[in-house]
Design a protein around this ligand. Structure first.
Ligand code: 15L
Length: 270
């Protein structure tokens, strides 16, 4: 059986994954950041620590086949914080993967690496990077790092450009960007088990009728999403859109409109 490590286990998605993977009998080591994790099953393999510390990474990756790396800053934050958590820590993690012969890293990338694309565009994973902030920029850099470690060191990576991974879609943008928890679990399961992936980028998105993204490449993993945000459309369309007029123009939504200073693009210009 594969030994799987999970970082960010105390985070929003990490909590969902930890519980579900344990329920499915995965041989899991879960890692949190500053606070210790309380075991949720007897004898659970848990740890915590700062991933910028190589000794912590050694403890995380000893004997591990696949790492699911969910840790890091997950929203727009001042650049120094993003550099520490999403750049420096990620290099430590990939270096550790190299030291310990980890076969594959599943990297939580984000739609915010491409968030400045207009909502009218349907994108493949080979689209141009258009980050919508320093957070999105760090995910673009992370995908580049993953590529480097495959090309030079043979460590496989699946970079999942996660959309909006919440239990239920609640706003208009989610009709395009939603990733339901069942589909997340399927995608993670396929990312752990699909053979010989090399370097892959996939959209972390459900089978949404209004998806911004063409996820046909995810078939290589055997990912077949079953959830569709459209099932919630009536309730969502009955409410007002919480995103500003500028944010509504870009796939990154409110991340794109944050600190937006262009004067030549107004909500009205097309
Ligand atoms: C992300 O990358 C964030 O981590 C999450 O908080 C959401 O904002 C999500 O993207 C989204 O785009 O909805």
């Amino acid at each position: 059986m594969k030994k799987v490590a999970l970082t960010g286990a105390a985070g929003q998605l990490g909590r969902v994954l930890r519980k579900a993977l344990l329920e499915r009998g995965v041989d899991l080591r879960s890692a949190a950041g500053s606070q210790p994790l309380e075991p949720i099953v007897a004898g659970e393999d848990v740890m915590h620590g700062d991933l910028r510390d190589a000794a912590v990474v050694d403890r995380l990756l000893a004997g591990v086949d696949v790492l699911i790396h969910m840790a890091g800053t997950s929203v727009e934050r001042p650049l120094p914080e993003i550099i520490e958590n999403n750049l420096r820590a990620l290099v430590e993690v990939y270096d550790g993967a190299r030291r310990h012969g980890v076969k594959r890293v599943v990297f939580a990338s984000s739609n915010h690496a491409i968030g400045m694309h207009p909502v009218e565009s349907k994108l493949g994973v080979d689209c141009e990077f258009r980050p919508d902030g320093f957070y999105g920029l760090s995910k673009m850099w992370g995908e580049g790092l993953a590529r480097l470690y495959w090309d030079k060191h043979g460590i496989e990576s699946v970079c999942i450009r996660i959309g909006s991974c919440v239990e239920k879609p609640t706003e208009f943008r989610h009709l395009s960007t939603w990733l339901g928890f069942d589909d997340l679990l399927q995608l993670i399961d396929r990312s752990i088990h699909a053979p010989d992936l090399g370097f892959e980028v996939v959209w972390g998105v459900s089978a949404n009728t209004r998806s911004y993204w063409d996820n046909s490449g995810a078939a290589r993993l055997g990912y077949q999403p079953r959830q569709n945000a459209e099932d919630y459309a009536a309730a969502i369309l009955a409410k007002s859109n919480p995103i500003s007029a500028i944010g509504q123009r870009f796939q990154g939504g409110s991340f794109a409109s944050f600190d937006f200073s262009r004067q030549d693009i107004s909500p009205e210009t097309r």
